[in-house]
Design a protein around this ligand. Structure first.
Ligand SMILES: Cc1cc2nc3c(=O)[nH]c(=O)nc-3n(C[C@H](O)[C@H](O)[C@H](O)COP(=O)(O)OP(=O)(O)OC[C@H]3O[C@@H](n4cnc5c(N)ncnc54)[C@H](O)[C@@H]3O)c2cc1C
Ligand SMILES: NC(=O)c1ccc[n+]([C@@H]2O[C@H](COP(=O)([O-])OP(=O)(O)OC[C@H]3O[C@@H](n4cnc5c(N)ncnc54)[C@H](O)[C@@H]3O)[C@@H](O)[C@H]2O)c1
Ligand code: SF4
Ligand code: FES
Length: 811
């Protein structure tokens, strides 16, 4: 049979998903041309929020690279905009003069950001957030701009604001109404959300109508209807979207808000279909991916001449993609007179759950703080399931309901066409096929085979349920589990729990009792176990030097030429003429190759021979700077109130006090601090594990900053009024990190994993818990001793570790 020519206009998520499905149904039926005006191959637009937030790169979000088009003999035209279609001659015209004939055409041109019709929107520094180019522009702007306004407190605006805060900008969300995400949340959930986002550093200007963007060429501020002004140097417009209908309009097709389509996604022109955000179906335009995939599944079948029932519309659900903030909303969300509402609000744990019931059928729901049942709630809303005691118990918690059994029943009832992974449009049927025909037996295998669970991860519990449903007893939920290394399938938390519960005291014992595959362990698990055991048993554990990395064994940093670097401590970055003299004398005497200032305000003696290390340390007679250790490295300070005219507090004094207090203690990874005398932040608190800034007569405490390979701006944890509280909270944060961090996990990752809220709850709000953490860190600190003092007093260690091996001459 002769191949028909299929032209897809728009190389985005909805259109390419249709093509993927057509290729699955019938690879031979069409010769396919895809015309897209972006310069990139198809990518996952929803992941742009993660790119901005820094947890993904552009490469990570490409869905189909150029080889996919080539392998499927698809003619891809990038950077090409379609101008119009001659629907009688069946030709597609583009802005570069090329023309493509078709038998069938699909318009999938998506939407564009709505731009407020106010003066100044065309100034430099004002953008929407829709594509890779916008994302790149925001990342570039963050290098020079300081203050951003995000107009619009919907899903996009909030995700953009969080991304900008991550990039180091001060971001204010300017919102028209008095509640955020008013299309998905009721007042209670919206207020909880706002509080949480404020804690994460986002600022809000609520009930503000922007009437003008100020500035000459470049934006300098926003003027509001009430006359007030917000000074900014960058603006992101996130006030909604408008379907891209220009191609359809120029081709005389029926267009309302979107391109009008029927249940088979047919437009008013013969053989021209439309799918995705550009469409209007039964009066509705959608702005989320799940409905677009549902439309796509139907269109692909129809184009492959497979019988299908038409598209009847979708019940939408949303999940905000901001780490540490769990919000989910599905279906209806505002109380109505004809509804019964089930509501649970826990202000202490910051959890809110609401189920909306009409005629005893579940028609909507909101989850905040605990979204573990989101997939289930979504399904209940989609199928308008009857409310029962069991459903109540499983969603609201506290009941003995066996969620698993019900989940299984839910999965069994789902049709093959139902979408399990909303982000990637993966149906139950595709997952079942991947299990039955491609032998997938773990979530990871399903992920790489079908794409399910590869974006927000919200569908993972449902994917597990499908695996359980198809494989029955053969499904091993633990098969997905990644142990801390190849020697075990146990996670960090499981190992720590077992050490505590079973009272395990040595590395060997842990490996034996917990059935390590490799009885000797490996270079990954041995140092980790050494750390966990030391952290759990601070007074009794005998540190196993042999299980530490070489730098820590020798208390010095090894260089690539086999020499070592010596870094003496300089508390708070302050030194004395006497110490400088000693450093100079040692450098001359031991022929040190380089004397270098470090970024942490101290001095590196680079290029010391191994055998000279004990002598160098003895002559320096200064404390070790721990530059080799997974422990507190430096506390960087600014001049502060002692000399600086802006200084509001004694940052040097506090820096020295903190460094003396918390030095030498083992932590999961290296740890850096900084103390600043005012918000000018000369000592860069924002990139430190704990950063402290003097402000308003007190201190601000920031956590989770990192200036290294994966830069992250620290989050404001809290503000305190006095020095004692500051030291206690810092101690509690460090101990909480020591007790819950994974070995080698920096606080930047730890804060993301735990969530700022959880850390705040444990070290700030719960005063009793904070004091207990502080008591435990005091106990651990009481055991530490300068390692070089120990070595200098121990001739056996000196000989074993540092003296050259003498080779006896045989002659
Ligand atoms: C930052 C961000 C985060 C999001 N997060 C989520 C989320 O978490 N969950 C969710 O469900 N949804 C989310 N969305 C919405 C989701 O991305 C869209 O619903 C989805 O991408 C729409 O798919 P589409 O194919 O209809 O449009 P698009 O993906 O926009 O694709 C349309 C393509 O057509 C091209 N085009 C337009 N006109 C022409 C022309 N004349 N000629 C050629 N090409 C043209 C466009 O450049 C574009 O590449 C997010 C959107 C953004 C911007
Ligand atoms: N996690 C997700 O699911 C996700 C993430 C990002 C984007 N999206 C989708 O992308 C699309 C665009 O998102 P969006 O947030 O721009 O759209 P939206 O329509 O959901 O929200 C726009 C917000 O801007 C506010 N607003 C309108 N005019 C304003 C004004 N003059 N000043 C201040 N605020 C004003 C509205 O009250 C509304 O809350 C939507 O379809 C959304 O669903 C989804
Ligand atoms: S942070 Fe403030 S107090 Fe410290 S040196 Fe800079 S300007 Fe002075
Ligand atoms: S629903 Fe987001 S990854 Fe599946």
């Amino acid at each position: 049979m002769k191949q028909q020519r299929l032209v897809l206009i728009g190389n985005g998520m909805a259109g390419v998903n249709v093509i993927e499905q057509i290729l699955k149904h019938n690879k031979e039926m069409y010769h396919i041309t895809i015309i897209g005006n972006e310069p990139h191959p198809n990518y996952n637009r929803i992941m742009l929020s993660y790119v901005l937030e820094g947890s993904k790169t552009i490469d990570d979000i490409v869905l189909n690279d150029h080889s996919w088009y080539k392998d499927n003999q698809i003619d891809l035209q990038t950077g090409t905009a379609v101008t119009h279609i001659d629907t009688e001659a069946k030709k597609v015209y583009t802005d570069n003069g090329s023309v493509f004939s078709y038998d069938k055409a699909i318009i999938a041109t998506g939407s564009q950001p709505f731009v407020l019709p106010i003066p100044g929107v065309d100034k430099q520094g004002v953008i929407g957030f829709r594509d890779i180019q916008d994302c790149n522009q925001m990342m570039e702007a963050a290098k020079t701009c300081k203050k951003a306004a995000v107009i619009g407190g919907g899903l996009l605006g909030l995700e953009a604001a969080k991304g900008l805060v991550h990039l180091g900008m001060e971001a204010t969300v300017v919102h028209l109404g008095n509640v955020l995400m008013e299309r998905q949340l009721d007042d209670i959930a919206a207020n909880m959300l706002k509080e949480e986002l404020e804690r994460q550093g986002i600022r809000f200007a609520m009930e503000k109508q922007t009437v003008e963007l100020l500035g000459d060429e470049r934006v300098t501020g926003l003027r509001f209807a009430d006359g007030s002004v917000l000074e900014v140097d960058f603006v992101v417009m996130a006030v909604g979207i408008v379907p891209n209908t220009s191609v359809a309009k120029a081709s005389n097709m029926e267009v309302a808000r979107g391109i009008v389509v029927n249940d088979l996604l047919q437009t008013s022109a013969p053989d021209v279909y439309a799918v995705g955000e550009c469409t209007q179906h039964r009066g509705l335009c959608y702005g989320l991916v799940a409905p677009l995939f549902e439309q796509g599944a139907i269109l692909a079948k129809h184009l492959c001449e497979i019988e299908t029932k038409g598209y009847e519309g979708s019940v939408v659900s949303t999940k905000l993609k901001i780490s540490g903030v769990d919000v989910f909303s599905a279906g209806e969300f505002q109380d109505q007179a004809d509804m019964t509402i089930v509501r649970m609000q826990d202000d202490w744990k910051k959890i809110y759950k609401k189920i909306l019931i009409r005629d005893n059928k579940i028609v909507g729901g909101i989850l905040f703080g605990d979204v573990s049942e989101s997939a289930r709630l979504q399904k209940l809303v989609n199928t308008q399931t009857e409310m029962t005691d069991e459903v109540y118990a499983s969603i609201m918690g506290g009941g003995a309901c066996c969620g698993g059994g019900n989940q299984a029943a839910l999965v069994a009832e789902m049709s093959d066409e139902e979408i399990i992974c909303g982000c990637n449009g993966v149906t139950k049927g595709s997952i079942v096929t991947a299990i039955k025909e491609q032998g997938c037996s773990t979530v990871d295998e399903i992920k790489s085979c079908t794409g399910a669970a590869r974006s927000c991860g919200g569908c993972k519990p449902m994917v597990e349920q499908v695996l359980q449903y198809v494989l029955g007893d053969h499904f091993d939920i633990n098969a997905n589990k990644q142990g801390i290394c190849g020697c075990t399938t146990l996670s960090r938390d499981e190992i720590v729990a077992q050490i505590q519960e079973m009272g395990l005291t040595t590395i060997k014992e842990v490996m034996y009792v917990l059935a390590w595959k490799n009885p000797e362990g490996c270079s990954k698990c041995r140092p980790a176990l050494n750390y966990y055991l030391g952290m759990i048993h601070p007074t009794t554990y005998q540190d196993e030097k042999a299980s530490r990395f070489v730098n820590e064994r020798l208390n010095a940093n090894i260089n690539k030429d086999g020499t070592y670097t010596v870094v003496p401590r300089m508390y708070g970055g302050v030194t004395t003429a006497e110490d400088l003299k000693k450093i100079a004398d040692v450098a001359v005497k031991y022929d040190v190759k380089m004397v270098k200032m470090t970024g942490g305000q101290r001095i590196d003696l680079v290029g010391v021979q191994k055998e000279d290390l004990p002598k160098v340390w003895a002559e320096l007679d200064m404390p070790s700077g721990y530059a080799y250790a997974k422990a507190l490295r430096t506390v960087k300070t600014c001049v502060g109130s002692r000399f600086c005219r802006f200084g509001t507090v004694d940052s040097i004094g506090m820096g020295i006090a903190l460094e003396k207090k918390f030095e030498r203690l083992d932590m999961p990874a290296k740890f850096k601090m900084a103390v600043n005398g005012c918000p000018r932040n000369c000592a860069e608190s924002c990139t430190k594990d704990i950063g402290i800034v003097g402000n308003d007569g007190g201190w601000e405490i920031y956590v989770g900053g990192n200036g290294g390979i994966k830069a992250r701006v620290a989050d404001l944890l809290c503000k305190v009024k006095n020095d004692e509280e500051l030291i206690e909270i810092c101690g509690a944060v460090i101990q909480y990190y020591r007790e819950t961090g994974k070995y080698l996990e920096r606080t930047s990752e730890w804060v993301e994993r735990m969530g700022l809220e959880m850390i705040h709850q444990n070290v700030v709000e719960d005063v009793e818990n904070r004091q207990q953490l502080f008591a435990r860190i005091e106990l651990a600190l009481a055991q530490v001793q300068d390692p070089w003092q120990k070595v200098l007093q121990d001739q056996e260690t000196r000989t074993k570790l540092f003296e050259p091996i003498k080779v006896e001459s045989l002659s």
